[in-house]
Design a protein around this ligand. Structure first.
Ligand code: SF4
Length: 196
């Protein structure tokens, strides 16, 4: 019997416990996973709402973890735990793994770049077909014109957090020295999301 395919989209907690906004990245990942294969069981697990991720449920599953710098240690810890219980593999994305992929390669694969570039679909395809995941996937940011919206059921997640945000573009031409936006997504303000 063919095993069911399960995809966990994990948002690690912050050491400070702060940062109450939703992760638009998880909603986008959910949108692409649900479209790629409607039979995938896709679950968002935000540790700020759902508590510590339970590694015991991750056997044979694809575990995708997004991380900013403050979440990096927790991200690696979750990856180690789910590997111990036999997760299919772990995929890291988000700004910190994109900027510092080498930090994460001993724990899994890294998806660099933005969701609209298509690299996450390549990950899903490898998982679906039972292929070994590549260590790195990369596609550059691009137009958001055709960015997918997550199915309604995933917005229950957004309703549970006090602050919400919308990400409607990529890149920034200003290049402030303390900011990573222009390093990760470029200095051209591209892809304004006209659907808004
Ligand atoms: S902080 Fe970043 S996003 Fe904001 S204006 Fe400066 S470079 Fe642009």
């Amino acid at each position: 019997m063919k095993k069911e395919k399960r995809v966990f989209l994990v948002y690690p907690s912050f050491p400070s416990g702060l940062f109450p906004s939703i992760s638009p990245a998880l909603l986008s990942l959910a949108a692409y996973a649900a479209q790629y294969n409607p039979n995938f069981i896709v679950r968002i697990w935000d540790e700020r709402i759902d508590g510590p991720f339970d590694p015991g449920i991750a056997k044979d599953a694809l575990v995708c973890i997004t991380a900013m710098t403050a979440q990096a240690s927790r991200t690696k810890y979750i990856a180690k735990k789910v590997k111990q219980v036999g997760a299919y593999d772990v995929v890291f994305g988000g700004i910190h793994p994109t900027a510092c992929p080498e930090e994460f390669l001993e724990y899994g694969s890294v998806v660099q770049g933005e969701i609209e570039g298509g690299s996450f679909t390549n990950v899903l395809s490898d998982y679906n077909e039972g292929r070994l995941l590549a260590k790195k996937y990369f596609t550059p940011p691009g137009s958001l014109e055709n960015l997918l919206l997550a199915p309604d059921r995933f917005y229950e997640y957004a309703a549970k957090l006090s602050d919400n945000m919308i990400s409607d573009g990529r890149g920034c031409p200003l290049g402030c020295s303390y900011c990573s936006i222009h390093i990760i997504s470029g200095k051209t303000d591209i892809g304004q999301w006209k659907k808004l």
